[in-house]
Design a protein around this ligand. Structure first.
Ligand SMILES: O=P(O)(O)OC[C@H]1O[C@H](O[C@H]2O[C@H](CO)[C@@H](O)[C@H](O)[C@H]2O)[C@H](O)[C@@H](O)[C@@H]1O
Length: 297
């Protein structure tokens, strides 16, 4: 090859599909050496179909049921949501079972769903971060001003310009301007699906997920997501983990499913496998304390 010739780009490897993923999930749960498996799921576009109004987002009913089933066997599975949403918003919208860990604000927040409420660390900002967040809010409002369908969401450590309801040209212009604001005021700027999000904190889903797997002593991680920030998580995981891209687009994930409905079906299958698994040894033959006729201690 002549020195000035560019080598051809390697062909992108298309992730494996739904049937292969079903088999891989079944194999993972059947392997005692991989327990507990950490199932870490993105919210918007993954568990909850995308909506014009983020307040309308909900986990699909089939996935709600499946997550309840998975949470019933913490010896086999631990659950986490890993989202760009603030942890408190996730808790309000997501309907996930107690024990679920919530990683919010793209990794900057950590909380755990309790029986009645949410256990969480309060996110604190330095004076400089708080000052930049306030200035970001003002500048992003300027970006949205006069542009139909463009609006601003304010989060604990970030400001988001939303363009889903704008026409293509208006949305594109707003996103470009918002990226410029991020370049001078932000610590991290994310260009996601019809959003530009500028954060005053350094955080990413990959680092947060790796920290959680270590804390839990998870033998493997199953991680699913649909947007650019989920790619940080996919890249941070290892060869023995299962990474799942929901929808179209280039990805580092090993598997792809077409939409949140397909993912919900796979989670239901996983929950069925978990329900069929042998109970942990200490529980075999023990009376069920939830039953009325169980002997009193
Ligand atoms: O990490 P995620 O759980 O995927 O959260 C990422 C962002 O999700 C929200 O925006 C996205 O969903 C909205 C509702 O479906 C949709 O209108 C928007 O176009 C999507 O980008 C949320 O509003 C952002 O704050 C999150 O960072």
């Amino acid at each position: 090859m002549a020195p000035d010739e560019t080598p051809p780009a390697p062909a992108a490897v298309e992730p494996a599909g739904t049937d292969d993923l079903r088999a891989a999930l079944r194999g993972l749960v059947a392997d005692p050496a991989r327990r507990p498996v950490l199932v870490a799921l993105d919210f918007d576009g993954t568990l909850a179909p995308l909506q014009d109004d983020p307040e309308a987002s909900r986990v699909l009913p089939e996935a709600v049921e499946a997550l309840r089933g998975l949470a019933a066997r913490p010896d086999l599975v631990r659950l986490a949501l890993v989202s760009g949403r603030p942890a408190a918003d996730l808790h309000r919208l997501a309907d996930v079972p107690p024990g679920t860990v919530l990683i919010g604000s793209h990794g900057a927040e950590r909380a755990r769903v309790a029986e009645h409420g949410l256990d969480r660390d309060v996110l604190t900002l330095t004076d400089d971060q708080a000052d930049r967040l306030a200035r970001l809010g003002g500048e992003m409002q300027q970006v949205a001003r006069g542009r139909d369908g463009v609006w601003v969401e304010t989060k604990p450590a970030a400001v988001v310009v939303h363009t889903r309801m704008a026409d293509a040209a208006t949305g594109e212009a707003a996103e470009q301007e918002a990226l410029g604001v991020g370049a001078h005021l932000g610590s991290v700027t994310l260009h996601g699906k019809k959003v530009v999000e500028v954060s005053v904190l350094e955080a990413d889903k990959g680092a947060a997920l790796v920290a959680l797997r270590t804390e839990l002593g998870a033998g493997a991680v199953v991680c699913a997501g649909d947007d650019v920030t989920d790619e940080d998580a996919f890249r941070a995981l290892g060869a023995g983990d299962l990474t799942v891209k929901v929808g179209e687009g280039t990805t580092a994930a090993g598997y792809r499913v077409p939409d949140p409905e397909a993912l919900a079906g796979l989670l239901a299958g996983l929950a069925a496998d978990v329900a069929a698994a042998a109970p942990p040894p200490h529980a075999a033959g023990e009376a069920d304390p939830a039953r009325e006729d169980a002997p009193r201690a």
